[in-house]
Design a protein around this ligand. Structure first.
Ligand code: SF4
Length: 495
């Protein structure tokens, strides 16, 4: 099934949500997951905790393949099954673990020595393979192929007698990228890796506390954003917190460790209406567009008006930043809607002589011919991965007979894969790798009149308000902030 993500864009991560202290916890989780749908469209699930007549807690779960609206299409799921005042939810796009396996759909739920435990994870554990081997040798039986299950086993096998202590102990063993929500019989717990690869935020709604991958999940239910979970922090919400209004916070990693926020969250992945890594995504995306215009402008012949268009929706804000700055540079230009995006995508059937990519692009986009015909057109896009989709998009725009097409990319060329949760193809499939990062050669392949990317330094300059040194840019630079095991590299791209 082809969902709302633009074909040819990296697929990413997952979205997590948690709530403690609301009588309608599962409904709020549903809306939260809906707002986080862009973070994962293959599958989703919700786990709730309720109390029986004797005050004993019990957990319920509903999960399945598809979008949030498909998996939770029936209202009776909320009324009859997902009852209780706390819940966690998860949107999935598979990173590790076979995407085909229903068993890999999160949240995962177990019952062990200290009670019930559910977990939802966004990110990738880079040492999951070694830990898994170790656990299997000690007798652990794995139900899934997901790295997240390792966390559950580490907690369940701990000899400590306090769940928060067990979670702290488990977290000290895992490496890589993780933004976690965990639900126990009496607590909602959130944890973020010390690098802070993925965002994670805390919110409040009518006395209940919430955790979400992005703050846009709070807006949909009119909840208040409180703050982000800090890198290396574990946050615990329980009845005491509801009473006192003071969130419990633990640190197992020093706050002064270098941060490595994923720069791609600002470039493409997070929603522009979210607040992550201490900043508004919208503002950062506009800045990326602004720096792109300043350093890679397009000038027209005879001062005729240049038409700037975005590839909707992820590049809309960047294109706005680009056009505004281009105008400030004295270029006669206008931001136009040159591509119309269909949000209703179903299965595609390939016709003879047509490639999967071609129909994928045509079913998703159409051009507004009157806007493009005879004009100098600047397409602003956030990234190019394989290049096959961009090529199809350029072909589509050419059919509208523009005078010329200039492609401007608000990131630098992607030359390396991501091991922290973003699903890029293997290095060999990346267009920048294939063409040895030779921009002229990529330009010829895409059949555009000019092509320019932001350089790595320009990209970091655009996000510098959040601290130039606080970002992971490994897929652009090859400088991975953590050690990557060779077997893990293989595993990621063989799954
Ligand atoms: Fe983000 Fe790229 Fe780093 Fe992965 S490698 S975390 S996509 S910047």
């Amino acid at each position: 099934m082809n969902y709302t993500i633009f074909p040819g864009k990296p697929k990413c991560f997952c979205g997590v949500f948690g709530i403690y202290g609301s009588p309608t916890a599962s409904l709020e989780t549903y809306y939260g997951l809906h707002a986080l749908q862009h973070r994962g469209q293959e599958a989703c699930g919700i786990v709730t905790r309720d109390l029986n007549g004797n005050g004993k807690s019990f957990f319920q779960i509903h999960k399945g393949e598809g979008l949030v609206t498909e998996v939770f299409a029936k209202s009776k799921v909320f009324k009859n099954l997902l009852t209780g005042s706390s819940a966690i939810g998860h949107n999935r796009y598979s990173t590790t673990g076979s995407s085909q396996s229903r068993k890999n759909i999160q949240p995962f739920l177990v019952n062990y020595r200290l009670g019930n435990l559910a977990v939802g994870h966004n990110g990738n554990l880079t040492n999951a393979r070694e830990l898994r081997e170790e656990l299997v040798n000690e007798g652990a039986i794995f139900q899934t192929t997901s790295d997240t299950e390792v966390i559950l086993h580490l907690i369940a096998r701990s000899r400590l007698d306090d769940q928060v202590e067990q979670i702290k102990e488990a977290i000290q063993r895992i490496e890589g990228a993780y933004s976690l929500v965990l639900l126990t019989d009496d607590k909602l717990i959130a944890a973020r890796d010390p690098h802070g690869f993925r965002p994670l935020a805390i919110g409040k709604l009518n006395g209940a506390y919430l955790i979400a991958s992005e703050s846009c999940a709070f807006d949909i239910i009119s909840a208040e954003f409180i703050r982000e979970v800090e890198p290396g922090e574990i946050v615990v919400i329980d009845d005491d917190v509801i009473r006192t209004g003071s969130v419990k916070s633990f640190r197992i990693y020093d706050n002064t460790l270098p941060k490595n926020h994923c720069i791609f969250e600002f470039i493409y992945f997070s929603r522009p209406d979210s607040f992550i890594f201490g900043h508004n995504v919208d503002k950062m995306r506009r800045r990326l567009g602004k720096i792109l215009a300043r350093n890679h402008p397009v000038y027209s012949k005879n001062d005729e008006k240049i038409i700037v268009i975005s590839v909707p929706d992820s590049s809309n804000t960047t294109a706005l930043g680009y056009q505004t700055e281009l105008e400030k540079l004295g270029v006669n230009c206008k931001l136009e809607i040159g591509l119309i995006r269909s949000h209703y995508i179903g299965r595609t059937f390939i016709q003879p002589g047509q490639s999967n990519r071609e129909i994928g692009v045509r079913i998703k986009f159409n051009t507004v011919k009157g806007v493009l015909e005879g004009r100098t057109v600047v397409i602003v896009d956030d990234s190019i991965v394989r290049g096959t989709t961009s090529k199809q998009l350029v072909k589509l725009i050419r059919e509208a007979n523009p005078e010329s097409i200039h492609l401007r990319i608000s990131s630098s060329p992607i030359t390396h894969p991501c091991y922290y949760g973003m699903d890029f193809p293997s290095k060999e499939e990346l267009i920048a790798h294939k063409h040895n990062a030779d921009i002229d050669s990529i330009k010829n392949y895409l059949d555009v009149d000019s092509l320019e990317y932001l350089t790595n330094d320009e990209m970091l300059e655009a996000v510098s308000e959040a601290g130039k040194d606080n970002f992971c840019d490994a897929c652009f630079s090859g400088n991975y902030p953590t050690e990557i095991d060779l077997n893990f590299k293989k595993e990621i791209y063989e799954n």
